[in-house]
Design a protein around this ligand. Sequence first.
Ligand code: SAH
Ligand code: SF4
Ligand code: F3S
Length: 463
Amino acid sequence: MTTTAPKKKLFIRTYGCQMNVYDSSRMTDVLAPLGYEPAADPEGADMVVLNTCHIREKASEKVFSELGRLRSLKTENQQDGRDMIIAVAGCVAQAEGEFILQRAPYVDIVLGPQTYHRLPEMVARAERASAENRGGTGKPGAPRPGVGVLDTEFPVEPKFDHLPMPSASGPSAFLSVQEGCDKFCTFCVVPYTRGAEYSRPAAQVLAEARKLVAEGARELTLLGQNVNAYHGDSADGAVWGLGRLIRELAEIDGLARIRYTTSHPRDLDDDLIRAHAEVPQLMPFLHLPVQSGSDKILRAMNRGHTGADYRAKVERLRALAPDLALSSDFIVGFPHESDADFEDTMALVRDVGFIQAYSFKYSPRPGTPAAVMEAQVPEEVKSVRLTALQALLLEQQGAFNQSCLGREMDILLDRPGRHDGQMLGRSPYMQPVHVAGSEDLYGQVVRVRISSVTANSLTGTLI
Ligand code: SAH
Ligand code: SF4
Ligand code: F3S
């Protein structure tokens, strides 16, 4: 898009999940026509956005300490006679909007994850308020309590209808197909911060995918809080599930790889399982959070499945797609979790086998049912369990990486490596792979043989 607006520096800091990463890049798109260009650091920026995450206590706490630092930068800007617009976006903004404006009155804009298509309006209002303030008191940096713009409405119409089409910024691109969550796991804030489950119409997804591929994307990762709950309206009148959507995307010329994340075990239906066997572009790597191996805890979490259900789905996947590898999320120390419950989790990990995983201590979140359950587990117990679980998961990850030694794999080279003549890419299983080769290979899928392995990455030689 061309613009005659004067250039301004925009810095966005992103916390949390890939949905936030996607939203941050869309906020950049929305602000470009106003003259905002991405900057690598907040110093001297004309606008700073914190795109926040509310999922665990630690994540939320970071926001206020970061805001404290930004306040000083804003004052420095004001001493130079210009302002710095500070915006708080994302899930903390959604959950604690009013409180942020009270506690940090120098914040100009608070916006939720569903309203950033209206950012240009909010920026205009904030700029007006800033100009009035300068003309008024003449005191740079003076707090302006109560004038911050707050927009955390859940939309009547989905934001996607009001956003410009995104541009591919490399060989690997995100495509948001689904948003929000209606599952209400008892530990989780997402249904409150992201709102109800919504699937984008299939035609919109396909059009965006075609544009991204035409601009050089070779890999698309379909995003959603529960991406496999996707049920989008299609032109033929039928509602498409994720399996169907993936099959249609696979028809796009030049699209080499398809991934999706994050999925819920309950929504992994047979068509999607079969897609793993039938669609060669669908990568053999699936992030399928299980949280716990104990049926008692899964019930208390309101996950809607048992350990046996999870194992059965994995078995079915592996029967049809034997090379499929899994990753997962785990929570230890959920209220009422006994040693025996935790052992059920360890047993599930041993039986299923994961090549990668995220694991967390349960963090009570305001407004969620689990936060007020009796029998909260002491922090020391959570720590001991987390250490044991992570040791097992790391052992499995290491063993999988070792098993890759000598194997042939296709690698999508999507970044220059740290050294000259080296490129970095991803294996089908998302492992980072270093490959000796020139920059001409950028964006290509190359065949390599894995020649060495470390804890966190592989090295491959071109075949
Ligand atoms: N929709 C996805 C997960 C989204 S949140 C799913 O259903 O699996 C990402 C992960 O954060 C969760 O899988 C869970 O493991 C973790 N998480 C969420 N709330 C948490 C809490 N209160 N305490 C600790 N971990 C939590
Ligand atoms: Fe949170 Fe559960 Fe929804 Fe995942 S499925 S986003 S864990 S409520
Ligand atoms: Fe965090 Fe919101 Fe994602 S709470 S994990 S940024 S959906």
